[in-house]
Design a protein around this ligand. Structure first.
Ligand SMILES: Nc1nc2c(ncn2[C@@H]2O[C@H](COP(=O)(O)OP(=O)(O)OP(=O)(O)O)[C@@H](O)[C@H]2O)c(=O)[nH]1
Ligand SMILES: [Mg+2]
Length: 334
């Protein structure tokens, strides 16, 4: 940014890109201005002090988009699949938002750059927003920032929001759990099926996509997954994860993936599960925000007398840590 732009925020581009006027930004985002969408997501990602105001302004648009999560090991083909799904959804006339989330790195890295390259087919399409996110400044990390970013895209009129996360640990399970429908991508011969069980990914998968089906071992991978699904206990009326094959790099199997997503969507609606998931997500979000606030307050006490006094008492055996924690919470509430 130039100094001149800083001093003279002219109308148009500059003012939207730097604006802190939440009602204006939300109004522009509603009207489909991609700069306003980008600005709002940046504020969300950075955990800006405007976050509560942004959340309040976006609240009326909650739950309007279908949120689809894609997760899986690095390089399994998430971005390629996302790119193809965007194409299919655009052909159906949907407005589409894409969030590429990297929970493993606090900085935007090479993988994200790759995403940009692979998704640039849609770079000039006004019906598509594509955005990468890292866990830069947000208090609760990406798990807390991502739902708000989804709301921004919902507010901007996206019918479908695709959230790509690298499957490397607990973080992506959290991020994936914000989706209505979660796709877990696997590839033949990567030992992915076993890793999926270990990482707890199996429980979150609504659809398994065996990508790179042009490679050897695809039948064995499909068998492994179907075996695991068969082992899972499922009551009547419960969703049975679908298994779909694809060669995303050639655009093959994308219609099958889209059909599996639709089928799951139908099941969610039919069983009242959509609302249940939305409420569970809201509960997790409220809890995360409350805990974040609490942690920040306790942090601010650290140099103060209350926590150090209690700590000294516990250290010398004058009181126990549970009693001290109760006392601390009581002080915070006051
Ligand atoms: N053979 C084959 N290669 C594929 C297929 N789909 C994607 N690839 C290739 O696999 C590589 C990784 O694809 P990406 O879509 O970037 O994978 P990703 O899961 O998004 O990767 P990260 O975001 O880095 O975790 C690229 O070189 C793709 O061209 C496929 O169906 N078959
Ligand atoms: Mg990717």
């Amino acid at each position: 940014m130039s100094g001149a732009a800083e001093q003279v925020p002219a109308a148009g581009t500059t003012s939207v890109r730097r604006s802190r006027d939440v009602p204006l930004l939300v109004e522009r985002a509603r009207a489909g201005d991609p700069r306003a969408v980008a600005r709002l997501i940046t504020l969300v990602e950075n955990g800006d002090a405007l976050l509560p105001a942004i959340a309040a302004a976006l609240a009326p648009y909650a739950g309007q988009a279908q949120v689809v999560g894609l997760t899986g090991s690095p390089g399994v083909g998430k971005s390629t699949t996302t790119n193809e799904l965007v194409r299919a959804l655009r052909a159906q006339g949907h407005r589409v938002g894409v969030l590429a989330v990297d929970p493993s790195s606090p900085f935007t890295g090479g993988a994200i750059l790759g995403d940009r390259v692979r998704m640039q087919d849609h770079a000039t399409d006004p019906g598509v927003y594509i955005r990468s996110m890292s866990s830069r400044g947000h208090l609760g990390g990406l798990a807390a920032a991502t739902p708000q970013a989804v709301r921004v895209l919902e507010g901007a009129g996206c019918d479908v929001v695709l959230v790509e996360t690298v499957g490397v640990g607990q973080a992506e399970v959290e991020v994936a759990s914000l989706a209505d429908t979660t796709l877990v991508l696997l590839a033949p011969g990567m030992g992915d099926a076993i890793q999926a069980v270990k990482a707890g990914i199996l429980e979150i998968a609504d659809v398994f996509v065996v990508n790179k089906a042009d490679r050897d071992g695809v039948d064995a991978t499909v068998r492994d997954i179907q075996g695991m699904i068969a082992l899972g206990e499922r009551g009547p009326g419960q969703w049975r994860p679908q298994v779909v094959r694809s060669v995303a790099a050639r655009g093959e199997g994308i219609d099958d993936i889209a059909a599996a997503i639709d089928k799951h969507r139908g099941w969610l609606v039919e069983h009242g599960e959509l609302r249940r998931r939305q409420e569970a997500r809201a509960a997790a979000e409220i809890e995360a925000i409350a805990l974040g606030t609490l942690r920040a307050r306790i942090g601010s006490l650290r140099d103060g007398t209350q926590l150090s006094t209690l700590a000294a008492q516990v250290a010398e055996g004058a009181t126990d840590p549970y009693t001290a924690a109760d006392e601390l919470l009581a002080q915070l509430a006051r």
